[in-house]
Design a protein around this ligand. Structure first.
Ligand code: PMP
Length: 461
């Protein structure tokens, strides 16, 4: 095994045509949006098959066997895990990478010159390389390791926005944002006298793109958009939004928490300025994630947390800081977690993100008509470009009751506001149930889920 705990080839490797070919680590600045056109279907069409992704040649049942937890029972029934948008399950390759870190390499990173210290550092920095390649970054230094998306958006809020906003300025978000892409900006607006502007969505849960563009008025100094909605599954046209923001000189942050586990990504092709991902939704450990940002933006941002590891020199007269990305990584990082995240990225790339997108789209196409056929069931989020996230309610039944009864059937779905209060307010509901599918789910599980809803309906009728 090499020092960063890289897993071997996937036991069931699909062809990897062209994947990651142009993702080296040259030092040049990123091209402007539009200079390097990416196949649109990769970015906004998701699993619609212009991107070369296929699922037919992959043994998905064999892949499913990589996930130990999927063999367990819940309330005496086989577990049907439909809560991947909340947190994904982990394959044994990830679990073993974390285990191996503690068994064989455990030491603090970047502090010790002894062998274990060097191995731990190589594993941690190796994860940065993995993430840079996975996201299509120009350079590994554009990747700041974080505890997840929430830390990434807060870092941008306090380090980038706070010094720049002034009274009368605005931050533009969409109605479908997660609280992690609302509340940090609100906190900064409160400190600076700026305000939040909201781009509307339609009943199907699609962003009204013309209205978003109209809202990009001169007082808007920053915009934040979710790539894939965690409630609706809507895949936003982030490339187009980035192009419009860039034309007006407005930096755009894209929250990729729900996109990274499911779609091929290329931040250069999207053309945004900041992109956030979270490890625990992409088969990696909790407490891991990353902020990608253009190098010149990171260079211009002051540190957010102060402490060990992020400095060059410290005296009581003042401190000089390490270069990016280390100036944003104060203290001891979650090195074991990043060993796991590196394995997770390897794992996902081993299957191929386009293939994952294709399989999940197949499952979505299988599930949607079956759910729509259930009398009294309402689906929230019916955009044509949609990831495999299905929010729903049944007339007269509270989301929590529904989720609790489904749990008795072994089916794990999430109920609640999904950290998206403004979206719940738009639909006039306090909560929804959400089934989120992943590539390891099966058609048989969807059938069992639909049957379970039928039984629950009868019970509550
Ligand atoms: N944004 C979206 C769209 C999410 O779904 C989530 C997690 N529910 C977050 C942000 C927050 O991510 P984290 O768990 O890393 O804080």
């Amino acid at each position: 095994m090499n020092a960063r705990g890289k897993i071997g080839p996937h036991p069931n490797p699909p062809p990897q045509a062209g994947e990651g070919e142009e993702r080296g680590t040259p030092l040049s600045l990123p091209p402007l949006a539009g200079e390097e056109p990416a196949p649109e279907a990769l970015l906004i069409g998701g699993a619609r098959r212009a991107d070369g992704g296929e699922s037919g040649h992959i043994d998905w049942i064999k892949i499913r066997a990589d996930f130990p937890i999927l063999t367990r029972k819940v309330h005496g029934k086989p577990l049907i895990y439909l809560d991947s948008a909340n947190t994904s399950q982990r394959p044994r390759q990830v679990i073993e990478a974390v285990d191996r870190f503690y068994r064989e390499h455990n030491a603090n990173v970047s502090r010790a010159v002894h062998q274990l210290g060097e191995e731990a550092t190589a594993i941690y920095e190796g994860a940065r390389d993995q993430l840079a390649a996975f996201l299509g970054a120009n350079h590994r230094d554009e990747i700041v390791m974080t505890s997840g998306t929430t830390m990434a958006t807060n870092l941008v809020a306090y380090s980038y926005l706070l010094p720049r906003l002034k009274p009368g300025d605005a931050v533009l978000v969409t109605r479908m944002e997660h609280h992690a892409d609302i509340v940090p900006w609100q906190l900064i607006c409160k400190l600076t006298g700026a305000h939040i502007k909201v781009a509307p969505i339609n009943e199907s849960g699609e962003l009204i793109v013309e209205k978003f563009i109209d809202a990009l008025t001169p007082e808007v100094k920053f915009a934040g958009v979710v790539h894939v909605s965690n409630v609706l599954g809507t895949i936003n046209p982030v490339k187009e939004l980035a192009r419009e923001c860039r034309k007006r000189g407005i930096p755009l942050l894209v929250d990729g928490s729900q996109a990274a586990p499911h779609l091929p990504l290329d931040v250069k092709a999207i053309g945004c300025d900041f992109y956030c991902v979270t490890g625990h939704k992409m088969c990696g450990p909790t407490g891991t994630g990353a902020l990608w940002a253009r190098r010149e933006l990171l260079d211009a941002m002051p540190p957010f947390f102060g402490g060990g590891e992020m400095i060059r020199t410290v005296s009581f007269d003042g401190t000089t800081f390490a270069d990016v990305p280390h100036k944003f990584e104060a203290g001891t990082p979650n090195a074991a977690g990043f060993a796991g995240l590196a394995a997770a990225v390897d794992y996902l790339q081993g299957i191929g993100m386009a293939n994952i997108a294709a399989r999940e789209h197949e499952l979505l196409d299988y599930a949607m008509p079956r759910l729509e056929a259930i009398p009294g069931l309402r689906i929230f989020g019916t955009a044509p470009h949609k990831a495999a996230v299905i929010s729903f309610l049944i007339d007269g039944v509270h989301a929590h009751d529904l989720a609790t009864l489904l749990d008795q059937e072994g089916v794990a779905v999430r109920s609640g506001h999904h950290c998206a209060h403004p979206l719940m307010q738009f639909y006039g509901v306090p909560a929804t149930c959400r089934a989120s599918l992943a590539f390891w789910n099966t058609e048989a599980e969807i059938d069992a889920f639909v049957d379970a809803i039928g039984r629950v309906r009868k019970l509550l009728a």
